[in-house]
Design a protein around this ligand. Structure first.
Ligand SMILES: O=P(O)(O)OC[C@H]1O[C@H](OP(=O)(O)OP(=O)(O)O)[C@H](O)[C@@H]1O
Ligand SMILES: NC(=O)CC[C@H](N)C(=O)O
Ligand SMILES: [Mg+2]
Length: 491
């Protein structure tokens, strides 16, 4: 996942984009960028690093313009190089800057097609550069001097017809304005907001509603699956569905881990969905283990805290903080290499020994992916004197790669792939391991919005809503495993 944001304002927008990106930082810690339109010029600054480090005072001063987009990246395709940081830019037609959250599953076919049919050279291994070039091509073939919303909608429909995968996107078309769109299944999130200023109304789109909140934009609605929203330079907003008939299937992992708890996605509070996950998990434990001997429920900070609180309540067992997180270290799971992830768990979390001594503790995590966190945390709990260490996961076992914007491409790296719960329990060294059932997870989210009937649950179920070629899965396993990425980095 990455974070994206776009604003059509009445005054310079760079500092609002910057602030928005800082609250989307949890979606991507690898690189960040902002593009603004300054008259007829595009201003672009992007670098590797956290938002606060990428945008120096000097860089910010150059980002003039009252229309702009921003991106923070967590790579799922190509390399971690600065060349693949976003926004991307193409100079023809019109000049377009573009930011993408998600991942395409037909990248290689598109890359060939782009070159052979459309005579477009793609200069990086990024799927986002391909997506931008499709949009550019679909605008180009309409051969219009004067763009209208119709032309842009038609171009987005052309993107939907060719690209397969998850994509929430925001683009700047120079001389025209901003366009935001989501893939036909609405896999990745995107919301729309507005705010009134003395100079008139301003619009913003962002991956999560928390970005609108902190900027003082009023949440209007989610951009709908397959829909494109266009906001012209002079603030006229138009929207249209550019893909008909696709099943709406938002990514359920957003609710489990990716999104901030204070965000609303598809009218569902992420926080409340996590509370319900804890409740359901508690019910399961009481059902399957009525005579449990748990003395305390302890969350593995940060994301699992919400679910752990209701789980403890359900069990009637005290909720205790047993690990303290160093707030200056980022999220472990979205770090690019396994070495960094392992080190980071120990540096990030420290046990409060007294909370463990001679107790049977239930450690709760939102999800267990590679098992990096749970393995170490269980050991730390034992070192702190716990008698029994049980583990519960608010999500079901992650057994299949994610191909829509979460970097878990190699089944071989997932601790639950091809393993039973007993085997996983042994591997992580727990005295007992309990996972949420998939139907309960779905209930926990869907209970917030009855109109949500489907979700992308592929990493739990192996069912890919867009369909996915087994050759693609084999290819990403080969190219994007930690080992492959480490080789690439040292090359
Ligand atoms: O099994 P693993 O491969 O270790 O992945 C799962 C862990 O990674 C995430 O934590 P992270 O530290 O990224 O972020 P958080 O502070 O938001 O919980 C997630 O919350 C789990 O704790
Ligand atoms: N996590 C994402 O959304 C990644 C976007 C894009 N696939 C990239 O690798 O840059
Ligand atoms: Mg965590």
């Amino acid at each position: 996942m990455c974070g994206i944001i776009g604003i059509v304002g009445t005054a310079n927008v760079a500092s609002a984009l910057y602030d928005g990106l800082t609250v989307l930082q949890h979606r991507g810690q690898d690189a960040a960028g902002i593009a603004t339109v300054d008259g007829a010029k595009l201003r672009l600054h992007k670098r590797k690093g956290l938002v606060r480090d990428v945008f120096t005072q000097k860089a910010m001063e150059k980002l003039h313009g009252r229309i702009g987009i921003g991106h923070c990246r967590y790579p799922t395709a190509g390399s971690e190089d600065v060349d693949e940081a976003q926004p991307f830019y193409v100079n023809s037609p019109y000049g377009i800057a573009f930011a993408h959250n998600g991942n395409l599953v037909n990248t290689e076919a598109l890359r060939r097609e782009m070159f052979e049919q459309d005579r477009r050279h793609i200069n990086t291994n990024s799927d986002s550069e391909i997506l931008l070039n499709i949009l550019a091509h679909e605008l180009q073939i309409q051969e219009r001097m004067q763009l209208t919303p119709d032309h842009i909608f038609k171009a987005v429909a052309g993107v939907h017809a060719r690209a397969s995968g998850g994509y929430a996107c925001v683009g700047l078309v120079l001389g025209y304005g901003l366009v935001a769109f989501r893939d036909p299944h609405g896999i990745r999130p995107l919301v729309l907001g507005q705010r009134e200023t003395p100079n008139g109304r301003e619009y913003a789109v962002a991956s999560e509603s928390v970005a609108l909140d902190i900027l003082g934009f009023k949440f209007m609605r989610d951009v709908e699956p397959g829909e494109a929203v266009i906001i012209s330079e002079n603030g006229r907003i138009t929207a249209r569905h550019c893909a008909e008939g696709a099943v709406h299937a938002p990514c359920i992992f957003e609710y489990v881990y990716l999104a901030r708890p204070d965000s609303m996605i598809e009218d569902v509070s992420v926080y409340k969905a996590r509370l319900r996950m804890g409740e359901k998990l508690g019910e399961k434990i009481l059902r399957e283990w009525p005579d449990h001997d748990i003395d305390a429920v302890i969350p593995i900070p940060d994301t699992s805290r919400t679910a752990a609180s209701t789980l403890a309540m359900q069990l009637g067992v005290p909720f205790r903080e047993g690990f303290v997180k160093n707030r200056y270290i980022g999220r472990t799971f979205i770090m690019p290499g396994q070495g960094e992830r392992v080190q980071s768990v120990r540096r990030k979390l420290n046990a409060i020994d007294l909370e463990f001594r001679k107790k049977n503790v239930l450690l709760v995590d939102d999800s267990i992916v590679r098992g990096t966190t749970s393995r170490q945390i269980i050991q730390m709990a034992r070192e702190a004197g716990a008698r029994k260490v049980y583990v519960a996961s608010a999500a079901p076992p992650v057994r299949f790669p994610n191909v829509y914007g979460i970097d878990m491409p190699a089944a071989s790296e997932l601790i639950a792939a091809g393993r039973s719960v007993d085997e996983i329990q042994r591997l992580i060294g727990a005295d007992r391991l309990i996972y949420q059932d998939l139907e309960d997870l779905i209930w926990a989210v869907a209970d917030g919005n009855e109109s949500l009937k489907h979700f992308d649950t592929s990493c739990f179920s192996g069912e890919y809503i867009t369909g996915v070629d087994p050759a693609y899965l084999a290819q990403i396993e080969m190219l994007r495993s930690d080992e492959a990425k480490a080789k690439l980095r040292s090359a």
